[in-house]
Design a binder for this molecule. Structure first.
Ligand code: PEP
Ligand code: MG
Length: 541
């Protein structure tokens, strides 16, 4: 924490990009009449449970319709999923059994049963299932709130005003301060709500997806928010970096002025520097325009699975070809385009992906391992890449490779898929993000055309660290840097290029160290390119 001229700076986790400035507005739940009853009146409790479930189901449907109209089917899906869980026969039976057989109150049953589901999900091997704990928690909170007649409201204590959700009486810009960003919050806010500052909530949560879809900046991961943020504070949040300024100074405001005026993420535009090639990480084909705007010297990572997840389905070969061609065409003459094969599985999964497997099971493996288990996923993408690379080269990146044997297998599968398409403009490279692959770097690099270090997963696998909340703690760990240096050495020995594309690449504090390790190209989000170049230039002068 850094205090200067009354300003207080906090560091959180960026959830949704953009910069927002407003007064603090505090989300609270007020209990108008406590609605639990003592156990014993089973019939009455079953009736209350029934009424609460029916209300909650209707509410999810209304939220889903609203989301569909305002945002689209993907966002509506979140609420339809809650509705489906609530309507599920086994789910309801568990609750009614707890009331009718075990003699619990309706609230007790909701608490006990849903805690049980949460514990089961928490213990699951799959990251995707563990992330669903938040869904059950949201349903539990909603049911209990209804049962206990809780009224969510907004307070700005300095003015002594309490408003209903979505009806700011002051009618001025505010940043909503809450313990947790729940999925319904972004849907219920009015246009005066310019940002979210919360204690809990991961980037992959549904709530964060909705905040991003609604282009409302959000930052999470600030502990003890109610104690840290004074009621009267003006709050500036930077959803790109996770920085939060309470009562921002005039210097801070000046620094963010253009971003606030533009209403979008800050884009610093600096000319390329000769010694370090700075490329862009993109998630969608349309992002290539932003990459061009910041003078990116290529696309160092195109996370193609994000478009499939956003669409809620796999894209056809033709659709994929169109997107890849668009990116390659736009970057012609600017630099290489590295398109990563679908890195699906684990937390990047969806029901539609599970339904594709013959036995109907959800995929538990991720990245290349999933592509090998489900070759149909690779086939269309490989063909689309080969077609898009008719006139210009494409660097194909293989995610989560574990060793040279696996790389050979997936390469063979790729070649089989593109047979007859004359894929001579394709280059094949490996993402080094699993320690076992790093240990075999010389062998792998002899067979690959290039390598790229994915520090996000590498840190997670190497240090058994939570990628969303703990990764930064390990960014300057000597073990990580030893590995990075060894990878660079291996690349030098076999004469293949090595770049770096994890979050670390966008941290200007590490630019110097990355260059010293012998890396000549990095790839990062478009909002970081300017800063990285500034740091590289500084290093050179
Ligand atoms: C990485 O793991 O560093 C990486 C770039 O891949 P992603 O963040 O998409 O997992
Ligand atoms: Mg990765």
């Amino acid at each position: 924490m850094n205090r200067a001229l009354g300003e207080m700076r906090l560091e959180g986790v960026p959830l949704s990009p953009g910069v927002a400035l407003g007064r603090g507005c505090f989300f609270q739940r007020e209990v108008s009449s406590f609605g639990t009853t003592a156990a014993g009146d089973g019939v009455r409790e079953a009736h209350r449970l029934n009424e609460t479930l029916a209300w909650m189901i209707q509410r999810q449907e209304a939220l889903a319709r609203d989301a569909e109209a305002r945002l689209g089917p993907r966002e509506a899906e979140i609420f339809y999923t809650y509705q489906m869980i609530l309507e599920d026969g086994t789910f309801q039976q568990g609750l009614f059994d707890a009331v009718e057989r075990k003699g619990l109150t309706a609230a007790g049953a909701i608490e006990r049963q849903l805690d049980l589901y949460k514990a089961q999900l928490q213990a699951a091997d799959s990251e995707y299932l563990r992330q669903r704990v938040a869904d059950i928690a949201e349903i539990q909170r909603g049911l209990l709130a209804r049962l206990c007649r809780e009224v969510p409201c907004l307070r700005c204590k300095d003015k002594g005003i309490t408003c209903d959700i979505g009806q700011c009486l002051l009618g001025n810009d505010h940043v909503l301060v809450a313990r947790e960003l729940t999925a319904s919050l972004p849907m219920e806010m009015d246009s005066h709500n310019v940002g979210f500052l919360v204690e809990k909530g991961g980037r992959n949560s549904h709530a964060a997806i909705l905040a991003r879809a609604m282009q409302v900046p959000a930052v999470s991961g600030i502990r003890n928010l109610s104690a840290s943020v004074p009621f009267e504070a003006r709050i500036l949040i930077d959803g790109d970096t996770g920085e939060v300024f309470l009562n921002p100074s005039s210097q801070t405001l000046a620094r963010y002025q253009s971003a606030l005026d533009a209403g979008g993420p800050t884009l610093q535009i600096l000319d390329p520097v000769p010694e370090l090639r700075v490329m862009a990480n993109i998630e969608r084909a349309v992002d290539v325009q932003e990459a061009l705007a910041v003078k990116a010297e290529g696309i160092g990572l195109y996370r193609t699975e994000v478009e499939a997840l956003a669409e809620g389905r796999l894209l056809s070969e033709t659709e994929q070809e169109a997107r890849y061609s668009k990116v390659v065409g736009a970057m012609a003459g600017k630099g290489a385009v590295c398109i990563r094969l679908l890195d699906l599985g684990a937390d990047k999964t969806a029901a539609w992906l599970g339904t594709l497997s013959e036995d109907g099971s959800m995929p538990e493996c991720r990245g290349t391992r999933l592509l090998l288990a489900r070759p149909e996923l690779l086939r269309d993408q490989a063909r689309a890449l080969a077609r898009a690379a008719i006139h210009r080269p494409i660097h194909v990146m293989y995610p989560m490779i574990v060793d040279v044997v696996q790389f050979r297998r997936v390469r063979a599968l790729f070649d089989e898929a593109v047979a007859g398409l004359n894929p001579h403009m394709l280059l094949h490279g490996v993402l080094f993000e699993v320690p076992s692959a790093c240990l075999q770097a010389p062998q792998i690099l002899r067979e690959a055309d290039f390598g790229c270090i994915g520090t996000n997963d590498l840190i997670q696998c190497l240090f058994a660290a939570d990628r969303t909340s703990e990764a930064e703690d390990f960014e300057d760990n000597p073990v990580l840097w030893r590995l990075i240096e060894d990878l660079c050495e291996a690349a030098r020995e076999v004469g293949k290029p090595m770049s770096i594309c994890g979050e670390l690449a966008g941290n200007p504090n590490f630019t110097r160290r990355i260059m010293k390790a012998g890396i000549a190209a990095v790839s990062t989000s478009t909002t970081r390119i300017g800063e990285v170049r500034r740091s590289a230039r500084h290093h050179l002068s």
